[in-house]
Design a protein around this ligand. Structure first.
Ligand SMILES: NC(=O)c1ccc[n+]([C@@H]2O[C@H](COP(=O)([O-])OP(=O)(O)OC[C@H]3O[C@@H](n4cnc5c(N)ncnc54)[C@H](O)[C@@H]3O)[C@@H](O)[C@H]2O)c1
Length: 409
């Protein structure tokens, strides 16, 4: 059975308990404590500032639900604009609007975001703040250090994990990014967009494009669904035979499944018109399964979409790109490596994200972080940093830092 550390001799345990107590809404000092009843929290939603990021952490509907549960929600003016939610909708739902990001960060006990804090937001991190957002710290050594130094309790959406291994807060964005990746391959295969001029589905009498998907999880299966629907020949490569068996059962069309090994990867990449990188080892840096030599052997004008770039990428030649400048070329192969792909379809993504995050926000805000962690082990797995301690083993391994667990089995 898993239990939270409570033994007095254990240093991490003491740090954890002290830090968690600091998050009780009743013990906070100053304006964050004003007018708050027991079981209520001040939740802040700043406007996202990452390049071309139009999602927002809470929809007006989610704000309404949290307000009805007794919480106060601070929203930065314009935070929802990119997703099609004007300020007035937030006001009608009971949010309090402020013009400046500082008002939100400094006024709230818990800040909910979509993307990891950007360098200009680092000044707002502090030891009585709960930060609930995507973090991807294995690929972010500087942010990891800032979170540790500030003592922030940072819960990464992407590492909240159920007992069956699924990642409920990563899943909706993986569904969006997976479906987008097939569209992106189709787009960049067009001659005008720099590609080899191949139609994904071919036509009668002409071969369709070959789409190779490395990692058949949520991103991979959604990429496959759309690519197969468009008529491509799809190869999915995964280490899990059970997963491949399942995908073979549920997907229909021109599909091949292959076990993951160097030979299968090299042969498939060599044939591919489009390659989707969608491997994940939860919390850890992605293994570089596609070498520089494999990329060099690909056909000119073929397309790589390394969706896993937010965890470092599974292609050796991949480096992060932005929506404003999404592609670059290496060895005549187009590379698309945008780290926040769902930001391009913010309306769909914001609703999908809220469906998943709202129940957790209600738990944390309703019970306080400490009790929410005691009650839900999946949330404990989501804690990356707390009170200056690094509570995620994969992140610690990625940066050569000390891992201090919050709980003992
Ligand atoms: N760029 C973006 O905007 C964006 C958006 C959403 C998700 N992502 C990222 O996409 C990646 C995939 O996410 P997911 O939700 O599909 O994860 P997932 O856990 O559902 O799937 C990962 C799959 O990779 C497989 N795998 C692990 N090691 C492998 C190997 N050596 N060879 C082949 N397959 C292997 C696993 O068996 C699993 O099926 C993650 O890094 C995630 O953060 C990026």
């Amino acid at each position: 059975m898993t239990r939270l550390e409570t033994c007095g001799s254990n240093i991490p345990c003491l740090v954890f308990l002290r830090a968690a107590a600091a998050f009780s809404p009743y013990e906070r000092k100053g304006k964050r404590n004003e007018r708050l009843k027991r079981g209520s929290m001040l939740i802040g939603v700043p406007k996202e500032i990452k390049d071309h990021e139009y999602r927002v952490a809470l929809t007006p509907g989610s704000v309404g639900t949290l307000v009805r549960a007794g919480h106060k929600i601070l929203v930065q003016s314009g935070a929802g604009e990119g997703s099609g939610f004007p300020d007035d909708e937030y006001r009608s739902s009971g949010a309090i609007l402020f013009p400046e990001a500082a008002d939100i960060w400094e006024g709230a006990g818990m800040v909910m975001k979509v993307k990891e804090p950007q360098p200009s937001e680092y000044i707002y991190l502090r030891n009585d703040l709960i930060l609930f957002t995507y973090l991807h710290l294995a690929a972010e050594p500087d942010l990891t250090r800032v979170l540790l130094d500030s003592g922030t309790a940072a819960i990464g959406y992407e590492t909240v994990q159920l007992d069956n291994g699924t990642l409920p807060l990563l899943m909706p964005m993986s569904e969006v990014a997976g479906r987008m990746s097939a569209q992106i391959v189709a787009h960049y295969l067009e001659k005008e967009n720099g590609g080899r001029g191949k139609l994904l589905g071919g036509v009668p009498g002409v071969r369709p494009a070959d789409v190779v998907i490395l990692g058949g999880g949520i991103v991979g299966s959604n990429a496959a669904k759309i690519a197969l629907g468009m008529g491509a020949h799809v190869t999915i490569i995964d280490t899990s035979s059970d997963r491949l068996r399942y995908l073979d059962e549920v997907l229909h069309g021109n599909l091949t499944t292959l076990g993951s090994n160097v030979q299968n990867i090299a042969d498939s990449v060599n044939r591919a018109d489009g390659l989707v990188g969608s491997v994940l080892i939860p919390g850890a840096k992605t293994p570089k399964l596609v070498s520089r030599e494999m990329v060099a052997a690909m056909k000119p004008g073929s397309v790589i979409v390394d969706v896993a770039i937010d965890q470092g990428g599974c292609v050796e030649t991949a480096r992060p790109t932005k929506h404003s400048d999404p592609v670059y070329i290496v060895d005549e192969v187009i590379h698309y490596c945008v780290t926040n792909m769902p930001g391009a379809v913010p309306r769909t993504s914001t609703y999908a994200l809220n469906n998943a995050t709202l129940p957790y926000a209600l738990k944390i805000a309703g019970s306080g972080l400490m009790d929410a962690l005691k009650a839900d082990i999946s949330l404990v797995r989501g804690v990356n940093t707390l009170g200056g301690r690094l509570a995620s083993r994969p992140v610690a391994e990625a940066h050569g830092l000390e891992y201090i667990p919050l709980f003992r089995r």
